[in-house]
Ligand binder design. Structure first.
Ligand code: 5AD
Ligand code: SF4
Length: 457
């Protein structure tokens, strides 16, 4: 380096004629990790790394991890174990662990797996190129602070390549709700919202590159409160501003807390045509004592009343949710109440999980109240059967209807194209459609998790 002021912190990673390096990113967990992985790949692109599909081909492997349940976290260590041979074959291979396991376990990861070079928490991804430079110089890093700055401000501008018609856009990070079972407030920190103009700029840029549908992401996305000209905007105002971008045809958001569904956001489901009639609104349990123990701060009846208000303005709303069974102290009656709310709210889809104690959360202190594993397992089985039954019924009710489908890619069969309906069901058709088109499709049949149809226009 000729510039004597250049330090590892600001050194560009590649000389102009250096060979391109290969980066393999494996993403676990939620859509926010998918978005972050994309941004990390872009940031590393600026340092001469291009993405590859297999760890064998890589000069750097990055695991973007999830800590939400124990199984998800433990997977990381078994995955790292698989890379041991690769590191023996290629001592220059660098391995990084990003995401919520990195945030939660920090140095412990390098203690358990000394071949790891970089541990980087979700708020520090803009530092990845600098940490990589250090790793190449033989220095390991653990970066898990919650810096003051917004990481996205410090990430490189997004490249201009044409994109798939659907994209995620993170607008908010962190969570202040402190549900008793959940690690997110600890791994992702306090709620921070990105400023309105920055989101609008990023959305316009995505649309100019072919995006037609944006899903706004946040751990508690409907708690969004971003600044615009000195004023605080909620999620509904942001959605309405995004809806003014002509070629943006569809807007979705996830994940929300019932207590942050304010009047304006409820109204937007009725008056904003571009906001799709699909809402992922986890309730977690249908039992009031369990909701209280979970620190959800609402009752089952309040949740049902909220859904009724949203359906009053958008009757065809497709509702999705998350459930936890076997929370400490859950009785048979509590579980029956959960089954009941699934029926009463008319969930068309839902994700259900067996409770997993997470270190540092209040619920993890309630080991004496743990539900026996076989009981929790049986409850999960019954709940999933009910959810599947409702999902099948919802899909069957679509047969004969005409839906608007945004086409995303070609299918595996000759001439087959795949898109998503307004209600987020994958829809398969055979015929001539362009990726990015929104076309009317008559539904002719249903599969387990998708619909088949024929083009109408
Ligand atoms: N155990 C099981 N499921 C959990 N979730 C969050 N924390 C836990 C836990 N400790 C589930 C919740 C949440 C979803 C993303 O993961 O249902 O909505
Ligand atoms: Fe976790 Fe969601 Fe509760 Fe926040 S609202 S603590 S992210 S379950």
């Amino acid at each position: 380096m000729s510039d004597e002021n250049t330090t590892l912190e600001n050194a560009p990673l590649e000389a102009a004629d250096a060979p391109v390096k290969k980066l393999f990113i494996k993403t676990y967990g939620c859509q926010m990790n998918v978005y972050d992985s994309e941004r990390m790949a872009e940031a590393m692109g600026g340092s001469g790394y291009e993405s590859v599909d297999s760890p064998e081909a890589a000069d750097m492997i990055l695991l973007n991890t999830c800590h939400i349940r124990e199984k998800a976290a433990e997977k990381i260590y078994s995955e790292l174990g698989r890379y041991k041979d690769l590191k023996v074959q290629n001592p220059d291979l660098k391995i990084g662990v990003a995401g919520c396991v990195a945030q939660a376990e920090g140095e412990e990861i390098i203690r358990r797996q000394p071949m790891v070079d970089i541990v980087v928490g979700p708020q520090s991804y803009h530092r990845l190129p600098a940490l990589t430079a250090k790793a190449i110089a033989g220095e390991k890093s653990v970066e898990t602070d919650f810096p003051e700055e917004d990481k996205f401000d410090h990430m490189p501008a997004r490249p201009k390549a044409r994109r798939a018609p659907v994209a995620f856009l993170t607008v908010q990070e962190g969570c202040d709700k402190f549900c008793a079972f959940c690690v997110v407030p600890y791994t992702r920190g306090a709620e921070v919202s990105r400023p309105v103009d920055r989101i609008l700029d990023e959305a316009r840029d995505l649309v100019s590159r072919g995006v037609r549908e944006i899903t706004l992401l946040g751990q508690n996305v409907n708690g969004y409160h971003g600044l615009k000209d000195g004023k605080v905007w909620g999620l509904a105002a942001l959605i309405r501003a995004l809806a003014k971008i002509d070629d943006l045809k569809r807007i979705r958001f996830t994940t929300s807390h019932p207590n942050d569904m304010d009047d304006d956001l409820i109204a937007a489901h009725g008056d904003c045509d571009k906001l799709m009639p699909y809402l992922h609104l986890p309730v977690q349990s249908g039992s009031d004592p369990i909701l209280k123990a979970m620190n959800r701060k609402h009752t089952a009846a309040q949740y049902l009343a909220l859904i009724a208000r949203i359906r009053a303005v958008r009757p065809d709303l497709h509702l999705s949710g998350d459930f936890i069974v076997g929370f400490p102290g859950e009785t048979d009656q509590d579980f029956e109440d959960t089954m009941e709310i699934v029926r009463a709210a008319g969930f068309g889809t839902a994700y259900s999980f067996k409770y997993s104690p997470r270190p540092g959360t209040p619920a993890a202190e309630k080991g004496d109240k743990m539900v026996e594993d076989s009981v929790a397992h049986a409850r999960l089985h019954r709940l999933q059967a009910l959810i599947t039954e409702q999902q099948v019924a919802t899909q069957e009710a679509m047969v004969g209807r005409e839906l608007k489908v945004l086409f995303e890619k070609a299918g595996r069969l000759e001439g087959q194209m795949i898109g998503k309906s307004e209600y987020l069901h994958p829809v398969f058709v055979t015929g001539s459609v362009e990726i990015g088109d929104i076309r009317t499709v008559r539904i002719t049949g249903t599969e387990r998790n998708s619909l088949a149809g024929e083009l109408v226009d």
